[in-house]
Write a new protein. Sequence first.
Length: 115
Amino acid sequence: QVQLVESGGGLVQPGGSLRLSCAASGTIFRINTMGWYRQAPGKQRESVARISNLGITGYAASVKGRFTISRDYAKNTVYLQMNSLKPEDTAVYYCNLIQSGPDYWGQGTQVTVSS
């Protein structure tokens, strides 16, 4: 069993920055991918960024160049640095862990970009 706990969401003005954190605990295998998804009201959940255990990253086109995903392997924590935030980035952001077995999800953290 795996638990994912997100933090770092909040209200920020357009052009501002936020850093999300997701701490994983439990049975975590060496080979895995951690990532961030988001879901805006009335829209489907979409992938934002992901990072493998080898440090290979991938980004959605809408955030490339503005968001950076990283991980601390010793702490089993993944981060999402979000810069140049736009109102369309407003959503609930979810942490995700993919490894052998079921996918795991965090409870979500709200990010609101508004003036």
